[in-house]
Ligand binder design. Structure first.
Ligand SMILES: NC(=O)c1ccc[n+]([C@@H]2O[C@H](COP(=O)([O-])OP(=O)(O)OC[C@H]3O[C@@H](n4cnc5c(N)ncnc54)[C@H](O)[C@@H]3O)[C@@H](O)[C@H]2O)c1
Ligand SMILES: [Zn+2]
Length: 362
């Protein structure tokens, strides 16, 4: 076994380590004892992960249903009741063992239980490893929308073991790869090209390639978020592809998976950036070829009115204008543009949806 890679994440109240390495989950008892000395632990996981991924901690395990529908205040209430029934006190700590849903839900329980206890995050999906395990955001959904009730509560430590990804569904794997493409596109041209070189190994879940991917993405997200924890400015670059992506998700009634929507969103927003002469011509076509090599076969739906209406509901809308964190030349959004988001006229959005649809074919 190689030594784990480590990335330090700093936040307003301190810092924590993300350890990345194939086989690390087997060391959880020692890692948890070192990160949370003397604490009584309770593991929270979901049904899929409980069935498919071996978990070596000999402590109580609370299991929630799998999927986004578990991220509710009702589950939060059930979990806090179960912890009270177990008699977990202020010397307790939680272990979030699962994807981003388990991470956000467990983090929110940890943030609020007895006014806050620590938690260890063990992301088991690629998205949770490259994205959700950095930044300290926790929370649940309401019927008004996603993540509307929550708290900033960074974990005590994060343990990412690429070996557990063997059982992850292919679309979920690709969702994590697409967020990593976004990291390269906005912040690191060399990483953007590395992902493309490694697309075969990454699709095959080669542990060495995935370990490097997680390390590089976590470094980028940690660097961006460390400089702007509460989303005043620079953190907005991580929203690239997401103005259009969220609109696609919402217009599909959330049937389109997040990663698939973000891939299409990155394509459309790159076309917009070309139209506004912020990105070089041909970049969108090149991005599509890269996404195809990662196995993405998506196209764009045709209801542009519905998409524009959904974009108007985006949090970044200002003075009635749709705003996007537009990709520049690869890596270029990290380099201090005057504004992190750009007002995008409706006409340009409509034209760009049409051009992107032609580029995507189908
Ligand atoms: N806090 C943040 O900063 C942040 C960032 C990005 C996303 N998120 C949140 O993360 C969530 C999405 O995360 P996700 O994509 O991991 O979703 P998820 O937790 O629902 O996991 C996806 C699916 O994969 C299954 N799974 C997870 N690990 C597995 C494994 N090793 N083997 C087999 N199956 C496995 C899960 O049971 C689930 O069915 C969303 O709720 C989103 O809002 C949070
Ligand atoms: Zn995303």
């Amino acid at each position: 076994v190689n030594a784990p890679r480590r990335v330090t994440v700093t936040h307003a109240a301190g810092h924590y380590e993300v350890s990345i390495g194939a086989g690390l989950v087997a060391d959880l008892p020692a890692i948890a004892a070192a990160a949370l000395p003397g604490r009584r632990l309770v593991v929270i996981t979901d049904r899929n992960v409980a069935r498919l991924v071996e978990q070596p901690l000999k402590v109580p395990v609370l299991v929630v249903p799998a999927g986004e529908s578990a991220k509710t205040r009702r589950r939060w209430a059930d979990l806090t009741d179960q912890l009270l029934d177990l008699g977990l006190g202020r010397d307790g700590a939680l272990v979030a063992f699962g994807g981003g849903v388990v991470g956000d839900l467990t983090g929110f329980v940890a943030a609020t239980y007895l006014r806050g206890i620590p938690f260890l995050q063990v992301p088991t999906s690629l998205l949770a490893m490259v994205d959700a395990s950095v930044g300290g955001k926790t929370g649940v959904n309401t019927h008004h929308g996603k993540n509307l009730v929550g708290a900033f509560h960074p974990p005590a430590a994060v343990v990412a073991d690429p070996a557990v990804l063997t059982t992850l569904g292919r679309t979920h794997l690709r969702g994590g790869l697409i967020e990593a493409v976004k990291h390269g596109l906005v912040a690191d041209a060399d990483y953007y090209d590395w992902i493309d070189d490694q697309s075969g190994a990454l699709r095959a879940r080669d542990p060495e390639a995935v370990t490097t991917l997680v390390e590089r993405s976590v470094r980028i997200k940690a660097e961006v978020v460390g400089a702007d924890e509460r989303e005043g400015g620079r953190r907005a670059i991580l929203n690239a592809g997401h103005t259009v992506g969220h609109a696609l998700e919402s217009a599909s009634g959330y049937r389109l998976p997040h990663g698939e929507a973000v891939a299409a969103g990155l394509v459309v927003e790159t076309v917009v950036a070309e139209a506004l002469e912020l990105a070089p011509e041909g970049q969108a076509a090149d991005l599509i070829r890269r996404l195809r090599r990662l196995g993405w076969s998506g196209t764009l739906p045709t209801d542009d009115d519905a998409l524009l209406a959904a974009m108007r509901r985006d949090k970044k809308v200002r003075a009635d204008a749709i705003r996007m964190a537009l990709p520049r030349a690869p890596g270029g959004l990290a380099a201090e543009p005057a504004e992190w988001t750009t007002a995008t006229p409706d006409e340009i959005v409509r034209q760009s949806l049409g051009s992107a649809r032609r580029l995507l074919g189908g």
